[in-house]
Structures are given as structure tokens and as C-alpha cells.
Design a protein around this ligand. Structure first.
Ligand SMILES: [Zn+2]
Length: 472
């Protein structure tokens, strides 16, 4: 028998073991691309982008328009399954928190596909009835902003119920009398897992139903189930799971829905390195939610202890975008050693469909207990502030003919360009583009966005532009 044959036989022998040995979540991880809704690929999709996807769903889905936003955008419910246990999920009650909406589109595709995971689908749909309400706040989604068209935080309207979207959520909760609720949000990418150097990529919460943070049977089940979801996610992003602030908020939906008798789980999608559009985190939502459906269907949570949840570190706020450590800055001729941190905002344009980054100094001083998505130990390096190019350039085209390296050699970091477009601002170039009227601000203070070189032994080695570090 030759080597190839031996290998083939060994492969065939182990193949069934490999397949059988794979857990549901491992198969979801492996086959994710089969289900990923490819027409949605960044966070700023709109109501009109998901509407046709929802409307095209066929049997066994039951699709119904259940209400309208204040500005008249249709809100849909997608129902699937025939089980006795009812599970209600709503996403994007905050318009700029879209990660779970993307995951729901993937989950709907999962149930619409026939493949080798059908036995899992059958288990889920025989035992559960799933009610999805994707994009509960479509008006906010249109602006990619938190609040509804009434300028109200929908998640503080659970008692007063002035928003049509809030009234709708309350009504559907009552009508379904759901056993389980999944409240799906996004949180700041600067949240950390406790005070560790890991971002809080997913944070869970079983919201409290009173100030005492009591644990009745309803909340206990949510706590047990979060323990299982945490275990599932640890395999794909070790130590990137945290617990959200568990203070009781009497006006919030999660807290009240827990109180009204639905075991409620809050999922907050945070940040992950090299995932600006949160596509990895979307996949983590997909895996966590589908795994949860299977775990709930088979009541796997029932014997799980509360310890897994209790042990989860709370969210910290220890992350910055860029952290430069131990750099020397001169003031009045004297050297001082500082850490400098940047965070960034997303400035929107093109009807809130695009954005460019605007960075700012988020902290200065001893930041030894903080972390950055990007970090540089700049011990031995000195800050050399950048200079504004003396001429305003007439067009971007003219600018492209300039030699940037030569400008760097002369100490220039910023340049003014007439009719600078937002698309041009999106480019992460090693030179800071300013419009004709913008102020050049080289000052190092909280909130400012200075450009500068890092120099060692008279040699400029790095350049920081708009909170991004470049090696020269
Ligand atoms: Zn939120």
C-alpha cells in the first residue's frame, strides 16, 4: 500500500469521528459563509435594505407588519417554529446599534436553508416559537443615531410609552407572553473586560427587575443561559466576554420585560481589533444566538450553575484607539515623559451612509493601566510637532502630485486643500488633509488632534496623523 492510500484510508476512518465530534457551534462557525446575508456588509445599511429580505421570506416563516415608526416606516415581525416555548428577539432599538440586525438576517437565512444542520433546526423549531423584530427603531437607523424620531431614547420609554416603537414592543411582549427575550444592542468599542487588556467584544446582562437585584426564577434562567452562551463564545474569542452594568433602570425595557415575566438577556456588541464594520462580531452574535436557541430548546440551561455569570468581569472602560507610551514631550525647554491616547469619532455624510474618522486626544499622562487597539512603546522617542504646509492647494488632484515624503522631510504634516470632499477625508493618508477654512491646531490637549513625528537620535521614525501611527 502506498503512502497516498494509507493517508486516504486513515482519512476515511477518522472522517465520521470528526463530523460527529463537531458541536453545533463549531458547525455554525465552519459553515457561516453559507448563511451570511451578503447584501448587508457594513453597519450603515438602511430600512430599505432589509425590507426586501424580510418580505421575501416564505413558508415556514410567517411575516407580518406589526406597526410603524413615527416617520411611517414599517416594522415587521418574523415568526418561525411551532414549539411551546416562546422566544422574542428585538434589535436596534438604538438606531446606531446594528450588529445584531445583521446577525438576525444571517439567522433567517440559516432557517431558510436545507442542509446537514437540518436536525438542529428541527430541534429548535419543534421546541421553540421564535419571534424576531429586526430594526425596531428604523427612523434612528436612517440617521444612524441612537434616538427615535421623537428624539427619545426608546430604551427609557418602557413605562411612559410615548414612542410608537415602544408601544409596539410592549404590545408584542404582552401578546406573545414570551418565555425568553433577547434585547440586542451595541456598546462602545472602548469598553474592556474588567481592567484587562481585552476588549469587551460581547457583554451580557440578565437585567435586574428591582433595585435589590433580586434573583427570581425568571431572572435565574437568564443567568443560567448566559453562562452557556459565554462558554460557547469563549472558544472563538477567549476572554473577550464581559458583563454589562447590572444596576436596575426602572425606565428600561430589558429591566421591565424581566419584571413582566420574560427571562431577558441583553447582548451588547462592542469592539474587536481589525473589525471596524463589526463583521466578526456579527458572526459571534449568529453563533451565540443559534446556540442559545438549541440550548433553550433542550433546556440545557436548567442544570447550569449561576457561577459562570457571576464570574464574568464587569465592563471596564480601559481602551483607546491608539496608545503611545513613555514618549518625551518638551515644554518650555524641559522634557516630560507622558503616555498619549487617542480615540475617534465617526463623522457621517452621504445621507448617513458613509463616514470618516476624526480622532482626538482622549487622555494624557500615566496611562499604564490603559490599553490601545494599537500601541507603541515610545521610550527614548521625542515628540516633534508637525507643521502646516505654507500653501493652500487648489485641488485634490494638485495635491496628489506633491511628494509626501519630501514634505515629511521638511516637517510638514498638515495641508489645506480647497474643496476637500468627505470621500477624500476617508483616506487614511500619512498627511492630515484640512479644508481651506479649518484651523490648524498643533496643541497637545484633551480633545485636540495634533499631528506629530516621533524622533530618536535626530531621526524621524514615526508619524501620527489623525490618531493613526505610520512608520516612516
Ligand atoms: Zn443600546
Amino acid at each position: 500500500m502506498n503512502l497516498l492510500m494509507t493517508r486516504l484510508l486513515l482519512f476515511l476512518f477518522f472522517l465520521p469521528i470528526i463530523v460527529i465530534g463537531q458541536s453545533f457551534s463549531e458547525q455554525l462557525d465552519k459553515d457561516y459563509e453559507n448563511y451570511k446575508e451578503s447584501s448587508i456588509h457594513n453597519r450603515r445599511f438602511k430600512h430599505k435594505d432589509i425590507l426586501p429580505l424580510i418580505k421575501s421570506l416564505d413558508v415556514p416563516f410567517i411575516v407580518s407588519k406589526v406597526g410603524e415608526s413615527l416617520e411611517g416606516r414599517a416594522i415587521y415581525q418574523v415568526k418561525i417554529g411551532t414549539g411551546a416555548t416562546k422566544v422574542l428577539l428585538w434589535s436596534q432599538m438604538h438606531g446606531d446599534e446594528p450588529t445584531a440586525t445583521m446577525a438576525i438576517m444571517d439567522i433567517l437565512n440559516f432557517f431558510a436553508t436545507n442542509d446537514e444542520l437540518d436536525s438542529y433546526k428541527k430541534t429548535i423549531l419543534d421546541n421553540l416559537t421564535l419571534y424576531f423584530i429586526p430594526l425596531l427603531n428604523p427612523d434612528g437607523g436612517e440617521q444612524f443615531r441612537r434616538r427615535t424620531a421623537l428624539n427619545v431614547d426608546l430604551n427609557r420609554d418602557a413605562l411612559r410609552l410615548q414612542t410608537p416603537e415602544g408601544q409596539l414592543l410592549k404590545k408584542i411582549r404582552s401578546q406573545t407572553n414570551a418565555d425568553w427575550g433577547f434585547n440586542l444592542h451595541d456598546q462602545s468599542r472602548y469598553n474592556s473586560v474588567g481592567n484587562t487588556n481585552k476588549t469587551a467584544t460581547i457583554s451580557f446582562l440578565a437585567p435586574a427587575y428591582n433595585y435589590e437585584k433580586g434573583i427570581n426564577e425568571i431572572r435565574k434562567r437568564a443567568i443560567q443561559q448566559i453562562g452557556l452562551m459565554n462558554e460557547t463564545l469563549q472558544a472563538y474569542m477567549p476572554n473577550h466576554v464581559a458583563k454589562y452594568n447590572d444596576d436596575f433602570e426602572p425606565r428600561a425595557f430589558g429591566d421591565n420585560i424581566q419584571k413582566w415575566g420574560t427571562s431577558t438577556i441583553l447582548i451588547e456588541s462592542g469592539g474587536y481589533k481589525n473589525d471596524p464594520e463589526k463583521q466578526f462580531i456579527r458572526k459571534m452574535n449568529f453563533i451565540a444566538l443559534l446556540s442559545a436557541f438549541e440550548q433553550i430548546a433542550l433546556k440545557k440551561y436548567a442544570n447550569n450553575s449561576l457561577v459562570g455569570y457571576e464570574k464574568l468581569p464587569f465592563n471596564g472602560r480601559y481602551f483607546h484607539e491608539l496608545l503611545i507610551r513613555n514618549v518625551t514631550i518638551r515644554k518650555s525647554g524641559k522634557p516630560y515623559i507622558l503616555d498619549i491616547a487617542f480615540r475617534r469619532d465617526e463623522l457621517q455624510f452621504n445621507k448617513n451612509k458613509s463616514f470618516y474618522y476624526q480622532s482626538y486626544i482622549s487622555d494624557l499622562g500615566d496611562l499604564s493601566t490603559y490599553f490601545g487597539y494599537d500601541e507603541l512603546d515610545a521610550a527614548g522617542y521625542q515628540i516633534v510637532p508637525g507643521k502646516l504646509y505654507p500653501k493652500t492647494i487648489r485641488s485634490f488632484k494638485k495635491f496628489q502630485k506633491l511628494n509626501i515624503s519630501e514634505m515629511h522631510r521638511q516637517g510638514y504634516t498638515d495641508i489645506k486643500i480647497k474643496n476637500l470632499s468627505n470621500e477624500q477625508r476617508k483616506l487614511a493618508l500619512p498627511i492630515h488633509l484640512l479644508s481651506e477654512y479649518e484651523l490648524f491646531n498643533p496643541v497637545f490637549s484633551l480633545g485636540s488632534n495634533p499631528s506629530f513625528f516621533l524622533e530618536k537620535n535626530g531621526q524621524k521614525e514615526y508619524l501620527v496623523i489623525n490618531g493613526v501611527i505610520f512608520k516612516l
